[in-house]
Ligand binder design. Structure first.
Ligand code: ADP
Ligand code: MG
Length: 628
């Protein structure tokens, strides 16, 4: 009997990044090592989805009629677990590409940071394309045998102990697919148990679309939850399914399950996560909508099914009308996809309106997380602008705290009879805005003003323009009509000439630092303020431009002076007596810089200190004089 010669194994070093990653995975303390099974089973399921699709488009596929399933077995004596799938398998090149390198370059950094911050990594692993390696939390050695669906291929065995290297050798393996054998560490032998394996699969993999079998018994549900009637799905099934697709430990904020027959048939099960990371909020990354055609997974993360501003939504869409030959590449050009997108968007917005009307508390939570994204929608989704406007919530002069609860509809309902505009002011925070002198008139008049504190607000109001026929007006802008003279300020004791002398002095001193100087109608408690000329750039916008471009030249603003304010009246008196008095110069400078400070436009706030000390010096001598 001739002994078969075993070929020499090819030994490969892991990519350097990968070695570090493995170290983190193996040496960090994971509370839930069991997730390794979730990751291996989910890879098997992905491979089955892929081959299911391939079978529809390719002529020659190895083991074309093989059952699409995942089989799990274990051997207590050998302390091993075997996970076997009839999926797409891998060629040698794919093996080395997929299991020797990190696909996503940011992954290592991310995990290192999570480790440094002592964050648990379990839920991150699956999301960052390193799921496979979590097996080394429990394995002292892993053998993976695989054969690609491509008919003339060779089967390969990959093996590694999770240290610096892995080996690849050609092997005999007749059927298509992948078999992973996990040789457990001594301290992980508890996973060699039928009960344990079953319970882990139920916990994490219950809703996979292919049968997962332990000892020939199917453990999971298999039937797609989204194709069931709503009445047949329990509340916690929705939650469990969400946890499985999102890898999130917490419940979703809300879910929406429906199906539609015309103009195109589809099922949808959509979730609004409790929260999403900044990569979704700010970096325009999308949560995943898995796209199925006739219950076959076409794309696990489709970003064309919803507009960008709804990128926090996660879930599944499955259409009987989509042709199975839509490839991943041309999905985005498919006219049916566009139809589904329009319909999904509308349903989602209607659902949000329903929440806003019926469940204020939940909508409040929603708004806190995703409000800025809906504001993005105002500028990008013209078709649904009206719906989006009704979903906006604001803080305002009427609010008692920082909460954003005022809708435009409510605002308009409270408007005074003679009020034509919806007033708003932008600023960094409610606290900052409350010190804005431009607000004084409106508060005294009892006119409600919306507080806009998000960076995006300036852009949004630009596109919003009006609601219910009422234009939005920025109270820091110069063209507010109909301000009521006698309410604005108490009677000024200054004569017409004295007033124009004050204005002239301010103009002379501030020169081209301001656009214009005038007597104010809107100030009550403050001596002066800066307002933006009509159609000029708001202070918020200017700050943003400066952040992007250091050399950006700000807009010149108008200085408005409160002629009934004691400081101004005193200055006027000094001016009448000695128009060259240094105190006048210092005061105008100080008032100007105070106004910049309030608007957040004073680049170097420390510069006001020395002048301020000079003022204190003369004030303290004055106090002393009074005492003696
Ligand atoms: P991810 O699944 O997020 O891509 P993993 O680390 O889990 O990351 O897997 C890496 C890659 O290895 C997969 O993308 C896939 O290409 C390949 N792979 C892993 N397991 C299998 C399998 N059972 N069948 C086919 N390919 C697999
Ligand atoms: Mg994976």
């Amino acid at each position: 009997m001739s002994k078969k010669v075993k070929p020499n194994p090819e030994v490969h070093e892991y990519q350097a990044e990968m070695q570090k990653l493995l170290e983190i995975l193996v040496h960090s303390l994971y509370t839930e090592r069991e997730i390794f099974l979730r990751e291996l089973v989910s890879n098997a399921s992905d491979a089955l989805s892929k081959v299911q699709l391939t079978t529809l488009t390719e002529e020659n596929v190895l083991s074309k009629d093989a059952e699409l399933e995942i089989k799990i077995s274990f051997d207590e004596e050998k302390r091993s677990i075997v996970i076997e799938d009839s999926g797409c398998g891998m060629t040698k090149e794919e093996l080395i590409d997929n299991l020797g390198t990190i696909a996503n370059s940011g992954t290592l950094k991310f995990l290192q940071q999570a480790q440094a911050e002592n964050k648990s990594a379990e839920n991150l692993i699956g999301q960052f394309g390193v799921g496979f390696y979590s097996v080394f939390m429990v394995a002292e050695r892993v053998e993976l045998t695989t054969r690609s669906w491509q008919v003339d291929g060779q089967a390969w065995q990959w093996s590694s102990e999770g240290t610096g290297q892995y080996e690849v050798i050609p092997v005999d393996y007749k059927q298509r697919g992948t078999r992973v054998t996990v040789f457990l560490k001594e301290d992980a032998k508890e996973f060699c148990s039928e009960w344990k394996l079953e319970s882990i699969i139920k916990k994490y993999s219950n809703y996979l679309p292919f049968p997962v079998k332990v000892k020939d018994k199917t453990i999971n549900q298999v039937k797609a939850i989204w194709t069931k009637a709503k009445a047949d799905v329990e509340a916690d099934e929705y939650t469990e399914f969400y946890k499985q697709i999102s890898h999130a430990p917490q419940e979703p904020l809300h879910h929406l399950h429906f199906n539609i027959d015309a103009p195109i048939q589809y099922y949808a099960l959509l979730y609004i996560p409790e929260s999403v990371g900044n990569e979704v909020l700010y970096a325009r990354e999308s949560k995943d909508i898995a796209l199925y055609a006739q219950k076959i997974l076409i794309q696990s993360g489709n970003t064309h099914l919803l507009p960008s501003y709804l990128r926090f939504v996660q879930g599944v869409v499955d259409s009987e009308d989509l042709p199975l030959n839509v490839s991943r590449e041309n999905v985005q050009k498919n006219a049916l996809i566009e139809k589904i997108k329009n319909s999904l968007t509308l349903r989602m917005l209607k659902e949000l309106q329903f929440l806003a009307d019926q469940n204020v508390e939940k909508y409040g939570k929603f708004w806190q997380q995703y409000g800025i994204l809906l504001k993005e929608g105002i500028s990008s989704d013209f078709k649904n602008k009206n719906r989006l406007m009704d979903l906006l919530r604001f803080n305002s002069t009427v609010s008692e705290d920082n909460s954003q609860e005022v809708s435009l509809k409510e605002y308009v309902g409270r408007m005074r009879e003679d009020q034509k505009d919806i007033f708003y002011v932008t600023g960094g925070s409610r606290e900052g805005i409350l010190h804005n002198p431009n607000l004084e008139y409106f508060r005294k008049q009892g006119l409600e003003v919306l507080f806009l504190t998000d960076q995006i607000d300036d852009f949004m109001v630009n596109d919003l323009r009006e609601y219910d026929g009422k234009p939005l007006k920025n109270i820091s802008q110069g063209d507010i009509e109909g301000l009521n003279d006698d309410v604005a300020s108490t009677e000024s004791s200054l004569s017409k000439e004295e007033k124009s002398d004050v204005v002239a002095f301010f103009k002379k001193q501030l020169k081209d630092r301001v656009n214009d100087v005038s007597a104010s109608k809107r100030l009550v408690d403050s001596p002066c303020s800066l307002v933006t000329p009509k159609d000029g750039m708001t202070a918020q916008m200017e700050k943003m431009m400066k952040m992007m471009d250091q050399k950006f030249q700000g807009e010149k603003r108008n200085m408005e002076i409160n002629m009934s304010h004691p400081i101004i009246q005193n200055l006027s008196e000094i001016l009448q007596k000695d128009k060259n008095h240094q105190f006048l110069v210092d005061s105008v400078e100080q008032l100007y810089e105070n106004s910049l400070l309030v608007e957040g436009l004073l680049e170097n706030p420390v510069q006001i200190l020395s002048r301020f000390q000079k003022f204190m010096e003369s004030a303290s001598s004055y106090e002393l004089e009074k005492l003696s």
